[in-house]
Every structure is written in structure tokens, then in C-alpha cells.
Design a protein around this ligand. Structure first.
Ligand code: 9MG
Length: 272
């Protein structure tokens, strides 16, 4: 079970987290009003396709992405949180900024997805003072620099140790274990070899004792393996989602909800 704002989520089968990016490069119109409207329309499409959770983000975390200011990020995500309140699925907000976390929670967000694992000033307290769930993700470096020269001793052990330390920090700040999710952060400061090792050994992360989230959808590691461009990575993404689910991931973060959901029905059928 995961306590997640207004919801208590059973995790007896892997849940699909649909990605809703409200960034100018994510929708063709790129306009100010258009971005929120396009984001809302996209979110409703993912709900129709069967998303169990929506992850709303107003700042790109792709390698080389430029940061956006607090006001701009809020302008992008708040309209979606408001418009999707009645949708009956948990709303996660993908942000590293404490001010955005607080405003999103006040507006009704059920989960914070922080690629910085609540290391920002005041971030632990912002989540502790709520009933929101939080995803603590590992990354090495920042989106601007992270792919330059990632280094690990033992990538699985290093990432697990980081996540265990962040779980301890979250619990010490008053965020109960039942609200925690961890994520190895595929592609965030990791070479192809690191990513492949993490996926191969993903089952080891279950030892952390909280639900595991995996995000592999359309990532460059899939392009490095297949040679396919980002828009052509549907089948590799679904394959990676299936592997992650079979290795124990309980939340799978995806762009392509319908295809992922259909594939995971097969996993669920044999994992009875
Ligand atoms: C925001 N974001 C992009 N990729 C991600 C991943 O793999 N995990 C999580 N938790 N968030 C991600």
C-alpha cells in the first residue's frame, strides 16, 4: 500500500504513471495558454487510456535542459492540478522546487516526484507537513552536466545507499515510510552500462522495503541500444516497462499509457 494524498494505492499489480509534460517543447503549439490547455487535453487522453497516476511536470529534466523560474513552473502546473482534481486518480507533480511543492500540495497534488530526492532547502519539511507521497529519485550531477562523465564504484550498491540515506532523511523529517517511493533514476548521470546494470539488477532495490518506481520510457539508453530516434521508441519502451515490472517495479512512468497497460496485463496474468 502507498499512502498518496487523498488515495491509498494497492500495489499488488504495477501501476501506470502517465507523463504529462507542460513544457514549451512538449506540445506543438508551445503558446502560453495553449500549453496548459494542451496539457489538460493530453492528461484526459492518458486517463482514457487507463493511467493509474498522472505525473505533471513544468520543467524539463532532459540532459542539457535549462531551468525555469518558480513563477513560470507554477503557471504551467497549477492549471492542470485544478482541472484534474475531479479525475479520481492521484496527481503527482514532478518538481525539485520547494515553493512549487508547497503550492502544488495546497492545490491538491497527492504526490511529489522529486528527481532531487528532497535535497533542496525546505523540501523535506514541505512534504512532511502534508499527506502527499514522495518519489525519491537518484541522480548524479544536474540535468546540465549529468551525462558528462558519470562514475560509480558499484552502480547498484551506490544508488541503493543513496536512496537508503534519503529514506532515512525523509523519515527523520516526519515522512512515514508508507508515503515513500524510490527510483534509481535511469538516465540521470548514468552511462549505458550503468543503466543496463541497474535494469538487470532492479530486483535488488526491493530490499529497500518501499515501492519502486521505474522510468525508462523513450530514454536515450533505448536509443543507444536500438539506434531508434526518440519518437520511434514505443516498442523498446514497452519492453523495458515489462522487464521493470517483472523485476518488481510497482509504478512504471510512461509516455505511452495504452500500449504499456496492455503489455502489463500479460505480466499481471503470470505474476498471480
Ligand atoms: C521527471 N522524470 C524524468 N525521468 C524520470 C524518472 O526516470 N523517474 C522519475 N521519478 N522522474 C522522472
Amino acid at each position: 500500500m502507498l499512502r498518496c494524498g487523498r488515495f491509498t494505492l494497492p500495489l499488488n499489480r504495477p501501476l501506470i504513471m502517465g507523463i504529462v509534460n507542460v513544457t514549451p517543447d512538449s506540445f506543438s503549439d508551445g503558446g502560453r495558454h495553449g500549453s496548459a490547455a494542451a496539457g489538460i487535453e493530453h492528461a484526459f487522453r492518458l486517463l482514457e487510456e487507463g493511467a493509474d497516476i498522472l505525473d505533471i511536470g513544468g520543467e524539463s529534466s532532459r540532459p542539457g535542459a535549462q531551468p525555469v523560474g518558480i513563477d513560470e513552473e507554477l503557471r504551467r502546473v497549477l492549471p492542470l492540478i485544478e482541472a484534474l482534481q475531479g479525475s479520481n486518480v492521484p496527481l503527482s507533480v514532478d518538481t525539485c522546487k520547494t515553493e512549487v511543492m508547497r503550492a502544488a500540495i495546497d492545490a491538491g497534488a497527492d504526490m511529489i516526484n522529486d528527481i532531487n530526492a528532497l535535497q533542496g532547502e525546505g523540501a523535506l519539511e514541505a512534504v512532511a507537513g502534508s499527506n502527499a507521497a514522495v518519489c525519491l529519485m537518484h541522480k548524479q550531477g544536474t540535468p546540465q552536466t549529468m551525462q558528462l562523465a558519470p562514475r560509480y564504484g558499484d552502480v547498484v550498491a551506490d544508488v541503493m545507499a543513496f536512496l537508503a540515506a534519503r529514506m532515512a532523511a525523509a523519515q527523520a523529517a516526519g515522512i512515514g515510510r508508507e508515503r515513500l517511493v524510490v527510483d534509481p533514476g535511469f538516465g540521470f548521470g548514468k552511462s549505458l552500462e550503468h543503466n543496463v546494470t541497474l535494469l538487470h539488477q532492479l530486483d535488488r532495490f526491493q530490499a529497500l522495503g518501499v515501492p519502486l518506481l521505474a522510468g525508462l520510457s523513450r530514454k536515450s539508453m533505448l536509443g543507444q541500444i536500438t539506434g531508434l530516434d526518440v519518437d520511434a521508441r514505443l516498442i523498446p519502451s514497452v519492453a523495458a516497462a515489462v522487464i521493470a515490472a517483472m523485476k518488481g517495479a510497482r509504478i512504471i512512468r510512461v509516455h505511452d499509457v495504452k500500449a504499456s497497460k496492455e503489455a502489463l496485463q500479460i505480466v499481471n496474468a503470470i505474476n498471480l
